[in-house]
Design a protein around this ligand. Structure first.
Ligand code: 9D3
Length: 228
């Protein structure tokens, strides 16, 4: 998979992308993440990429010119037609189902914004889908893009070691995780539940299922309601 990111802050991506799982996936050639600075496509001497909104109002708006030029330059670097995604607060909320679907693409182009938003013609002209990562306000689209990249890459075949391959975890089977314990058996007077020391694998599986269901009911009842 090739993922292009169009951003004004490419350096915000470098450290998270060099971490263990994402760095390894790139080293193994499973994914190639290409960062392009939109400001390199500004056309004036001040490298201006934003301007005042027509009709007035607060803040600045990202200009279409540099974004279109940047997009066209990046697209021309590969023959595959990409799926184009804009990270914006008014986008459809990212879910694991959406992440799974994106992980099956060969090529993604992500556009992360700054300022109050993009000139509307950017969304129209790029034929982009809009995605949000949740109902809270970030300072820009970069961290949202990074969240998407992380969630997608770990699903690519071979990205995780064999030991921690993606299993039926929280959100995949719609339940929260059961409680986990490791040594010591007693820590500050808190005991590991007896059943986990019993060696009875059927009993352990039943207990874990019950725990998962109970915690979901208590902490995330919204996950138990169907069709969400
Ligand atoms: C006052 C109007 N604001 C919209 C709610 C303006 C605004 C706030 C924050 C415009 C852009 C941003 C920056 N956020 C993103 O670019 C963003 C985002 C987010 O803030 N929350 C969740 N997902 C995303 S994806 C991109």
């Amino acid at each position: 998979m090739r993922i292009d990111v169009l951003t004004l802050f490419p350096e915000m991506f470098t450290s998270p992308l060099s971490g263990s799982i994402l760095g390894r996936a790139q080293d193994r050639g499973i994914v190639e993440v290409c960062l392009t600075n939109i400001r390199d496509y500004a056309t004036d001497d001040y490298r201006k990429v934003d301007d005042k909104p027509y009709g007035g109002g607060p803040g600045m708006v990202m200009m279409p010119g540099p974004v279109f030029d940047c997009f066209e330059h990046v697209c021309a670097q590969s023959s595959q037609t990409p799926r184009v995604l804009v990270l914006t607060p008014q986008g459809r909320p990212l879910t694991q189902a959406c992440v799974r679907e994106l992980s099956r693409e060969d090529r993604l182009v992500l556009l992360a914004g700054r300022y109050e938003g993009f000139d509307e013609r950017i969304r129209q002209g790029l034929g982009a889908e809009q995605l949000s990562i949740g109902d809270y306000i970030l300072s820009g689209g970069e961290l949202a893009a990074m969240v998407l990249i992380d969630a997608v890459i770990r699903l690519l075949p071979g990205a995780l070691g064999h030991a921690d391959s993606p299993r039926d975890e929280s959100f995949e089977d719609g339940l929260l995780e059961y409680p986990q314990y490791t040594r010591p058996e007693v820590f500050r007077d808190m005991h590991v539940p007896e059943v986990l020391l019993s060696g009875d694998h059927a009993k352990i599986a039943t207990w874990r299922r019950e725990q998962a269901r109970e915690r979901t009911r208590r902490w995330r009842p919204d996950l138990l309601r169907e069709e969400q």
